[in-house]
Design a protein around this ligand. Structure first.
Ligand code: 3AT
Ligand code: MG
Length: 337
């Protein structure tokens, strides 16, 4: 099945550029959403500080990694300077603290895979999930944001891929498809591999940022202002990149043997990671290495049913972009598997 038909790009691919860029533009959150997020963060900080003066609140996920589309929920991490053995207790207390103000639908979900407090702020209309001590997510948020500053084509490609994944119903980890975080890593990896490269491998460069979180050293080159022109020798347009991305995941990727690794800026073998057989629920049918938690395969949610759905969707997208005279309509057509 691999390398079934790696296609040559259609000759009129440039015609797709304007419509794809228009979609990208339409997804960018307006500035007033930022203001509202800050307003809500300030309120949360005020309430949390009364109870835990030393704790800190961080935004993470798409509202902070620059891959958030308009009207996203916000992800917040409440960080204590110590290990918390009983997160449930803290979350119940937190729900209590927040309840007392004019926030709505405050609920502690203590038994979720990642336990959180969920709430809605009627003043801004923003929904928010608060987790405890998930500092690794705050750090991987910074890594993604730093990559996005290097070349605007990453943000363009990732917005389009995320929009496609949400429209096609393949952005649902609880149903065995991939997280937004995984899709962004796939985009970064893809751009590291263009020739000339559009993105560097920040973790392979001089380490100007270095933190240790949960015993994991997170270090990389974060002076990305110095890399503003990194991708400019490559003149590919977003249309060519979207075409290339789907073509790669439809026909180019070696699902049987390969792991994509943003950390090394290369493809590594499943053998090398010992990801060759199923262990517990980790099946390793599509392998995406987390840049910091390197034993963590972001494809582990994918099972033998959802891998088929995913690969069929990649092939469908590749084919539409190749042959459809007006691809944007069918590419993003809503679908529930
Ligand atoms: P949406 O726009 O909300 O779809 P997002 O980037 O906020 O995209 P998620 O809500 O899925 O993505 O996840 C929030 C953040 O949590 C993103 C990333 O910093 C972290 N994260 C998500 N999944 C993982 C994972 N499996 N391993 C490590 N960090 C993760
Ligand atoms: Mg999110």
């Amino acid at each position: 099945r691999m390398l079934k038909r790696q296609m040559a790009c259609r000759g009129d691919i440039h015609r797709l550029n304007a419509p794809l860029l228009a979609i990208y533009e339409s997804l960018i959150p307006p500035e007033e959403e930022r203001t509202k997020q800050k307003q809500l963060m300030a309120l949360l900080e005020k309430l949390v500080c009364k109870e835990w003066p030393k704790a800190q609140l961080f935004l993470y996920g798409s509202c902070a990694n620059s891959f958030g589309v308009s009207k996203s929920d916000i992800d917040v991490c409440l960080a204590f300077n110590e290990d918390i053995s009983d997160k449930s207790e803290i979350l119940l207390k937190l729900a209590d603290v927040l309840q007392s103000d004019n926030l709505q639908n405050v609920q502690a979900l203590t038994r979720a895979r990642v336990p959180i407090v969920k709430l809605m702020d009627p003043a801004t209309g923003i929904s928010c999930d608060i987790c405890i001590n998930n500092v690794l997510a705050v750090v991987n948020t910074k890594l993604l944001r730093d990559y996005a500053k290097i070349d605007v084509r990453l943000r363009q490609l990732a917005f389009i891929v995320k929009h496609w994944a949400k429209s096609r119903g393949v952005n649902e980890t609880y149903r065995g498809t991939l997280s937004s975080y995984a899709y962004v890593l796939m985009c970064i990896h893809f751009l590291q591999h263009r020739r000339p490269a559009i993105l560097p491998c920040l973790q392979g460069m001089e380490k100007t940022y270095n933190v240790t979180v949960d015993n994991i050293e997170c270090a990389y080159f974060d002076k990305v202002e110095q890399l503003r022109n990194f991708g400019s020798p490559n003149k590919e347009t977003v249309a060519q990149l979207v075409w290339g991305f789907f073509n790669y995941w439809a026909y180019g990727h070696d699902y049987a043997n390969s792991v994509i690794s943003v950390r090394t800026g290369s493809i590594i073998s499943k053998q090398e990671k010992d990801w060759t057989r199923r262990v517990g629920n980790d099946r390793h049918l599509i392998c995406i290495e987390d840049p910091f938690e390197i034993s963590h395969d972001l494809g582990r949610v994918v099972d033998k049913f959802s891998i088929r759905v995913l690969r069929e969707e990649f092939e469908r997208a590749a084919e539409i972009i190749q042959y459809d005279p007006n691809p944007c309509v069918r590419l993003f057509a809503p679908y529930v598997h």
